[in-house]
Design a protein around this ligand. Structure first.
Ligand code: AMP
Ligand code: ZN
Ligand code: ZN
Length: 487
């Protein structure tokens, strides 16, 4: 229409109508979130990336220009409290559900469910059994139920059918698929034609966790590993830029947990205290889960409770409330939690690692990195702390879908957003109303243009046609032509 006006190729009346309608159309397409209403696949875009075991302070240990670029143009949360136990499976599921492990049911990497009488291990195909996952609904399922689309590159649980659904696009877990290939798939999915493009993507990479276990986080060799992760992030950012996605996609880069240094001088050998005949070993260090043989619970507990100052032994019902790690049948009757830096084994013959995680989620060494950028986020903003369960309501807000009941709160993290929403009630998060200045400014400009055009039009008509009243009345009575209505 504007070009039509500029070319002078349409009648002034037609343009006047179009200008009058312009602000109305603009207001109509704004929803209660103050954003443009999202037609099919016009939702805001979000990519959640996890570098497994990337501890919060790694970014300041060696130059990490790409992490810093995101921070400078977006936000950083310095301290993220993740969920207990600080292992891969429980934490990745918490990130996409906003639930503590006791609630979402993936309480460990290795579990036993006495009701199902089944074992779960991330090293077996048991991970593909839906029933382990269905106490919660991951965000990719929710967004699809809300009419959006999702794509997943090896996020734990994303290749499992949960509540009858896989992500629209996903990769079967295969650790030998390179980071670059995972990124390329995601870029394809985000850049697909409008109807097919994903709105929400998740990307998982095994490092620096693997090196952290093998080398120990304090090893100078970890410097190269961390720099390598920063390069991988740079690759991702470049690919997003090349695909013209970088400015539109909200990018969150985080992790499941940190890592702490172990030592072969700090090993607790359970065989010294209690016979293996009394229990089944379910999960390994640093939070060892034991299933006592029939009637042996108290005996095991008494044999372990005060024998070593470097471990804390809990009966399930005595696990401190702040761990949120009690109310699930998959949490075993006895837990033995190693103190930081210690390893619990049955004896020294098993494999020993120089780094580990799984410890108390209040330890600073267990905290993951968190940086984010994109249209939804503030720029150059530093936040001191958040809980990883708060990420879920934040992501739901960004994606404009109502969050399911969760343990997080948008209130805790809304200051990361631009513009900051006004949230009045705590989680389970209500629908959030965000008002932007854009529609007001847009409408004001529209009205101003109309008024300006009106003045110009009246002046033209008056000046040109005043001498001929006959001519003028004929023009005034002329009906709107049908073709003029085709705006
Ligand atoms: P953790 O030691 O708890 O950090 O576990 C990390 C390991 O989890 C990785 O090195 C992978 O081998 C494994 N892992 C991560 N995602 C998956 C998956 N989707 N399926 C199977 N194993 C996985
Ligand atoms: Zn992990
Ligand atoms: Zn690990």
């Amino acid at each position: 229409m504007l070009s039509c006006l500029l070319r002078g190729g349409c009648s002034p009346r037609l343009c006047l109508w179009a200008l009058l309608l312009l602000p109305l159309v603009s207001l109509h397409t704004l929803n209660q979130h103050g954003r443009r209403s999202h037609g099919v696949n016009e939702r805001p875009k979000l990519l959640l990336v996890s570098f497994d075991g990337f501890r919060w302070d790694y970014i300041n240990r060696v130059p990490t220009p790409n992490f810093h670029n995101i921070m400078d143009n977006g936000v950083i949360v310095e301290h993220v409290e993740n969920v207990y136990i600080t292992k891969t499976y429980p934490n990745h599921y918490s990130l996409v559900t906003g639930l503590y492990a006791e609630t979402h049911g993936i309480v460990a990497n290795e579990m036993y469910d006495p009701v199902l009488n089944r074992s779960f291990s991330m090293e077996t195909d048991s991970v593909y059994e839906s029933r382990w996952w269905e106490a919660a609904v991951p965000l990719w399922v929710s967004i699809q139920k809300a009419g959006g689309r999702s794509g997943a590159a090896m996020w734990p649980g994303s290749d499992v059918k949960i509540h009858g659904m896989f992500p629209n696009k996903y990769l079967l877990y295969n650790a030998s698929v390179s980071f670059e290939t995972r990124v390329e798939r995601l870029i394809e999915w985000f850049s697909a034609p409008k109807e097919a493009a994903v709105d929400f993507g998740v990307l998982y990479w095994e490092e620096p966790d693997e090196s952290g276990h093998n080398l120990g986080p304090e090893s100078p060799l970890m410097d190269v590993v961390i720099a390598g992760i920063d390069e991988k992030l740079g690759f991702l950012m470049n690919e997003l830029k090349k695909a013209r996605l970088y400015e539109n996609v909200n990018l969150i880069v985080t992790s499941d947990h940190g890592m702490t240094q172990l030592s072969s001088d700090k090993i607790i050998e359970l065989d010294e205290y209690v016979s293996r005949d009394l229990y089944t070993w379910v999960d390994k260090s640093p939070v060892v889960a034991l299933l006592p043989k029939e009637g042996k619970l108290d005996e095991i507990y008494q044999k372990l409770v005060d024998v070593n100052p470097n471990m804390v032994v809990y009966k399930k019902e005595d696990v401190p409330e702040h761990f949120h790690y009690q109310h699930n049948v998959r949490i075993m009757p006895i837990l033995i939690a190693a103190k930081e830096g210690w390893t619990i084994m049955q004896n020294r013959t098993g494999p020993f690692m120089l780094g580990n995680h799984g410890f108390d989620n209040n330890l600073i060494s267990m905290q993951p990195v968190f940086v984010a950028r994109g249209p939804a986020f503030r720029k150059h903003y530093i936040k001191t702390s958040m809980r990883s369960v708060d990420l879920y309501p934040l992501m739901c807000h960004i994606l404009s879908i109502p969050p399911l009941p969760n343990n997080g709160s948008l209130l805790n993290v809304q200051d990361l957003l631009y513009p900051e929403p006004t949230v009045s009630t705590p989680s389970p998060a209500p629908r959030v109303y965000v008002y932007s200045y854009a529609p007001v400014v847009g409408s004001f400009l529209g009205v101003a243009m109309v008024l300006g055009f009106l003045c110009f039009y009246i002046r033209q008509v008056t000046v040109k046609q005043l001498p001929s009243l006959k001519h003028r009345s004929r023009e005034m009575s002329q009906p709107l032509l049908q073709e003029d209505l085709h705006l």
